[in-house]
Design a protein around this ligand. Structure first.
Ligand code: GRF
Length: 196
């Protein structure tokens, strides 16, 4: 299984996927794409000799050119599955259509709650704490045209503790994402999560 990971910042989820792939045969991250030239995710990719690409509207102002370039990269790397792991841009329609059912997003809360436009990063955890939730969690879902909207394929809960701040909750959830992502890889490989 050839994987592409899209990430905008640190890429700790990317790292978990890269490391997790070592436990499976014929499974590896072959391309990392970021809209942010300074994303540490790109550095992580380079360290592992994974093809890394910076694609942004600063270089390609026309959205069609961005879509075409992403498609080209996915094709030359013969990508089967895409993970959006902290990628803050929306994928273009042609990419979503071509890889329908094969693009997964990792969201740090229990969708359908606490998702949608603007619900990313620390905003998600602030909203969970403000709402007085007793648990939050992680959702992996297929990507469609709307933010955080596609079919949910897996979820896991994380307790919200009495003394949690948005930061402490974010840290605990992110740590759990790293093991959860390896479970997701396994579920895709063994067919529990089907590729459409
Ligand atoms: C994670 O919280 C993930 O749920 C969200 O973006 C964050 C990525 O963190 N989609 P990192 O850049 O992988 O460390």
């Amino acid at each position: 299984m050839n994987i592409a990971v899209f990430a905008s910042h640190n890429g700790s989820d990317l790292q978990a996927i890269i490391d997790g792939c070592k436990g499976f045969m014929n499974t590896s991250v072959l391309a990392v794409i970021s809209n942010n030239r300074d994303a540490f995710a790109l550095e992580r990719a380079r360290k592992h000799n994974i093809n890394s690409y910076h694609i942004s509207e600063k270089i390609l102002p026309d959205p069609n050119d961005i879509n075409n370039e992403i498609m080209r990269i996915l094709e030359i790397n013969k990508i089967d599955v895409i993970f959006l792991a902290g990628y803050l841009k929306k994928l273009g329609q042609p990419i979503i259509q071509k890889y329908k059912g094969r693009i997964f997003n990792i969201h740090p809360a229990l969708l359908p709650k606490f998702g949608g436009k603007g619900m990313y990063g620390i905003n998600v955890h602030k909203a969970v704490i403000e709402a007085g939730e007793i648990y939050s969690g992680i959702t992996v879902h297929r990507v469609d045209e709307e933010y955080d909207n596609g079919e949910i394929v897996a979820q896991t809960k994380v307790d919200v503790l009495n003394n949690d701040t948005a930061d402490s909750l974010a840290d605990r959830i992110l740590e759990k994402e790293h093991t959860f992502l390896v479970e997701i890889l396994s579920d895709i490989i063994n067919g529990k999560i089907k590729l459409e």
